[in-house]
Design a protein around this ligand. Structure first.
Ligand code: PMP
Length: 391
């Protein structure tokens, strides 16, 4: 039987850019000791106290169908967290709980776009973006953020990609670790206002900011009414496997998103929501503790790579750093492949995140400090040898 063109075309065809990741997994399965710096998975598991809250909720009977938009208590707690972090008045009616930020990204585009509408997103980008937009029936259109601008999008480039119904932005950014400053967000906001675009703001890394502050576009003058914020406890609370996130925005849009959950996911398990409520009630102290290793390793990585002469994208956030390996003359893919073959170190080629990050590597800071230090030193030496050969 023929499947729909929409599902057949979901990934856009061609290689998906994750060959290196799969090769590293294969090597590990064969018993090779690979230093795994590919995906954004914490090297600690969900805190035992959160698991105990999950167990107690399930044992207490919260195992039936849960409230579909999310429990009142969790929606209220998420709203309070958003209001505390951004100053924007937010109530539970502005929030729908979703199975992870991923489901919120999908919901946001269904809310914003009709079939065939153009939905913009910034390249480099988190790998699921184009497929998520296509799953929602829209046309995925990239706007390149140039390496030379440290991957901050240029509002003029966004304008050049119009017409569109929405623009998806991700700050703090995966893969670059860059936080958009006020001027960048003002520029994006101006284009959005002038051309009546929705802004989908993916803020799942909002607790991983190492200097300066994270600014949500929803907090800028006149943007709350056109901004849909994607949030998640995956990164902030090391709860990637619990699949707990949210979409926040104008009440009417959220009412429609709730309607969508009724007809797609049918909500999030009640015991997972209760675990999330418990996690949020532990406040900023827990978020800071979970972020602490990445704060430390980000500083370590910037220091080790820069002092060895590897150019690093100046970044102030996230559990990743991006190295610019163009002086070696190799693509990110070729470099990463050779690094894996010769030194059993796995990093993601920049090309996995779009064309704009070609010739770069994304390094996830997800192993113990001493192991990371050793791997980065090896990577830098490898880079310098190739660079000399290229000269
Ligand atoms: N957005 C970005 C930028 C991400 O990196 C991720 C996960 N790696 C997600 C969204 C989705 O996260 P989750 O569905 O686990 O909340």
């Amino acid at each position: 039987m023929k499947v729909s063109d929409r599902i057949a075309g979901l990934t856009g065809g061609g290689p998906d850019g994750w060959d290196l990741y799969r090769k590293a997994r294969r090597m590990i399965a064969e018993g090779v000791s690979v230093t795994e710096l590919t995906i954004g998975e914490h090297d600690v598991r969900t805190d035992p106290s959160i698991l105990e809250a999950m167990r107690a909720s399930a044992a207490g009977g919260h195992t039936g169908y849960a409230a579909l938009p999310g429990t009142d208590a969790l929606r209220t707690a998420v709203a309070a967290r958003i209001e505390a972090r951004t100053g924007v008045p937010t109530s539970r009616r502005n929030v729908v709980i979703t199975p992870g930020g991923q489901a919120a990204l999908f919901a946001a585009h269904v809310v914003a776009c009709d079939p065939g509408d153009r939905a913009l997103f910034i390249d480099p980008y988190y790998a699921t973006y184009p497929g998520t937009i296509r799953a929602a029936g829209a046309i995925a259109v990239t706007v390149a953020a140039e390496a030379e601008r440290d991957f901050r999008p240029d509002p003029a480039a966004i304008e050049a990609a119009l017409p569109a119904r929405s623009i998806l932005v991700n700050s703090p950014n995966n893969p670059t670790g860059v936080v958009y400053d006020r001027a960048t967000l003002d520029g994006i906001g101006e284009v959005a206002r002038a051309h009546d675009l929705w802004i989908v703001s993916d803020e799942v890394y909002d607790t991983q900011v190492w200097s300066g502050a994270h600014l949500s576009p929803r907090a800028l003058p006149g943007l709350a009414e056109r901004t849909l914020v994607v949030g998640s406890l995956s990164k902030s609370h090391a709860m990637t496997g619990s699949r707990l996130g949210w979409l926040a925005g104008p009440e009417e849009a959220i009412a429609h998103a709730i309607n969508l959950t009724t007809h797609t996911t049918y909500g999030v398990p009640g015991f997972v929501q209760d675990a999330g409520l418990f996690a949020l009630a532990r406040g900023e102290a827990l978020e800071t503790a979970i972020a602490a290793p990445f704060r430390r390793r980000h500083a370590l990585a910037m220091r080790v790579l820069s002092s060895a002469g590897v150019r690093v994208v100046p970044s102030t956030a996230s559990m990743y750093v991006m190295a610019d390996i163009r002086p070696t003359g190799l693509s990110g893919e070729a470099f990463a492949d050779r690094l894996l073959d010769t030194h059993a170190i796995a990093v993601m080629p920049g090309e996995s995140f779009g064309r704009a990050a070609a010739g770069h590597l994304r390094i996830a800071l997800t192993v113990a400090d001493d192991r990371l230090d050793a791997a980065l030193t090896t990577l830098a030496n490898f880079h310098n040898t190739l660079k000399r050969q290229a000269a």
